[in-house]
Design a protein around this ligand. Structure first.
Ligand SMILES: [Zn+2]
Length: 58
């Protein structure tokens, strides 16, 4: 299992945790704020994303 942080182009910060050989519930992950596709899942890895903080606003 490995954890990293991913920032979307809209500024939303996600914690990404990858589990090896876990069943995938979806083919991709899209930002919950702007709907931009952050990752298309391939192979057997099944990362999960957790929103840490939303986009910064003026
Ligand atoms: Zn976004």
């Amino acid at each position: 299992m490995s954890t990293s942080q991913v920032t979307c182009k809209c500024g939303a910060l996600y914690e990404r945790t990858e589990f090896n050989a876990a069943p995938r519930a979806a083919d991709r992950f899209s930002c919950t704020v702007c709907d931009y596709t952050l990752e298309v899942f391939t192979g057997t890895s099944a990362p999960t994303y957790r929103l840490i903080s939303g986009p910064l606003r003026d």
